[in-house]
Design a protein around this ligand. Structure first.
Ligand SMILES: [Zn+2]
Length: 470
């Protein structure tokens, strides 16, 4: 006879909290381990994950083709023998074995016995990519998030307003699980501006006493704008801290502007759909602590793939040390960051640290010999009060044959229809030329027209490049 599966029976909770300590335990254990201790733990988990990955054609076929046999990888020291994969490789996994790919379990038996959820990422054309989450992955991702929130000051009495939508994307769920399951704070899941309008978000925060926010930097700026438009006093809220993804912010101007608007500290975090909250800032705001027992981080040169040392910016290659469903071994995220060496932080933690997020290498465009990153436009545009900060870079081909060249246009939204588009355009022209090191075309468009391209409010990562060359 068929029986229901109870979620609470799907995990050994004592073992889980011992192996992946949540806040309160983390700071006393994993969070202050020596380099040798953390390396030994990473090594043991890495070998377990590699053994599991051999079960899936996605890994097995790639590894066999590269001349590897089970047993060849004997420690983390051998990790470079495994070549990294990207989302392009994952896309092929779904083509070989629809609908869930040949890199994760999807048999009827497995689905009957396990607690599995379907979440998705990516997918600008066709169906988005499914990542399955078993109860272990969900809870450990909650623990990762909770470690960061705790270090940033979130406590059980806090009311945290989460402005990511609980839908198929993961960010809202791991935040909810982190705050609710592993801190005991009070989540208010208002979702994005599409679910709860910005004016309503502010009303609820005032009425119900929001003390913490989990919100994208772009949306924090938008809420501040709505506050000005509607005469709402943002400083009158009880906001104590804001947990965010700040993104590129070379000289800290973006953070400072947000902190002034909100009169509260804004903390940066870095995470990915598959691996969860990889790193978080503490109240020192001096680099992000990596949850090293959950992820092994490498930084590789964008062009050559050569591993880089501390302080050098390159692609982040992540290996999940806890995920069995699906295993994630050397995933080149194509996100650009740098690592900082281990050392005791003012907050008491001792971990490897990560820089802020500096851009997406798959959004890089080679323009007349110069590497141009759309995100490098962010600061100049956000700094000018005549824009609302929204933009997208559109790259296309112009001409044909040997005269064919790349055309790079930055479309920027003006704040209102009264803004002089001509004057703004010529100022932006000069500012972007200075910041990018190459001349680009600028087009000024009306507010709200770019949302359908950038995905603002729809996805967790705002798209800044529209590539029409393919
Ligand atoms: Zn710290």
């Amino acid at each position: 006879m068929e029986k229901p599966n109870f979620y609470w029976k799907s995990l050994d909770w004592e073992a889980l909290t011992r192996d992946y300590p949540p806040p309160g335990l983390f700071e006393q254990t994993v969070g202050k381990m020596s380099e040798d201790e953390i390396r030994a733990l990473q090594n043991a988990r890495f070998l377990e994950r590699v053994a599991e990955a051999w079960q899936y054609p996605f890994y097995r076929d790639r590894w066999v083709a590269a001349g590897l046999e089970p047993g060849d990888i004997t420690s983390l020291g051998d990790i470079e023998r495994i070549s990294p994969f990207t989302t392009d490789d994952l896309k092929e996994a779904f083509v070989r074995q629809p609908p869930f790919g040949d890199h994760q379990p999807s048999s009827e038996d497995y689905f009957r016995d396990a607690h599995v959820r379907i979440l998705t990422s990516g997918g600008t054309t066709g169906l988005p990519r499914v990542t399955l989450f078993d109860s272990r992955s969900l809870e450990i991702q909650g623990i990762q998030s909770a470690r960061g929130f705790w270090a940033q000051g979130l406590r059980p009495s806090d009311i945290i307003q989460i402005t990511y939508t609980n839908s198929l994307a993961n960010a809202a769920w791991c935040t909810l699980n982190g705050a609710f399951h592993w801190i005991g704070a009070i989540p208010m899941t208002t979702g994005s501006g599409l679910v709860t309008s910005s004016a309503r978000q502010l009303q609820y925060a005032a009425a119900w006493g929001t003390t913490a926010w989990f919100t994208r930097a772009e949306y924090l700026a938008r809420l501040a704008e709505v506050a000005v438009e509607t005469g709402f006093d943002l400083h009158g809220l009880r906001t104590r801290h804001i947990h965010s993804h700040i993104g590129p912010d070379a000289n800290g101007t973006r953070r400072r502007a947000l902190e002034e608007a909100w009169n509260a500290p804004v903390y940066d975090n870095y995470g990915t759909h598959e691996i969860g909250a990889i790193a978080f800032e503490c109240r020192e705001k001096s680099g992000m602590h990596i949850s090293e027992d959950t992820v092994y981080v490498e930084i590789a040169d964008i062009e050559t793939g050569q591993l880089l040392g501390h302080g050098e910016t390159g692609n982040l290659i992540a290996t999940s040390l806890y995920r069995s469903v699906p295993p994630i071994i050397r995933f080149n995220m194509r996100d650009q960051l740098a690592t900082f060496p281990r050392g005791k932080c003012g907050c008491g933690l001792c971990t490897l640290k990560l820089s802020n997020f500096r851009g997406r290498s798959d959004e890089m465009v080679k323009l007349r010999g110069t590497n141009v990153y759309p995100l490098a436009c962010t600061e100049a545009i956000a700094r000018d009060p005549r824009t609302n900060g929204e933009f997208i870079c559109v790259v296309s081909h112009e001409g044909s044959g040997i005269t064919q060249r790349e055309k790079f246009v930055v479309r920027i939204e003006r704040r209102g229809l009264s803004v002089d588009a001509q004057a703004l355009r010529s100022d932006m022209d000069a500012a972007l030329h200075r910041d990018l090191g190459v001349r680009v075309e600028v087009e000024i468009v009306d507010p709200g027209t770019l949302a359908e391209f950038t995905g603002l409010g729809f996805q967790n990562k705002t798209r800044r490049l529209l590539d029409l060359r393919k």
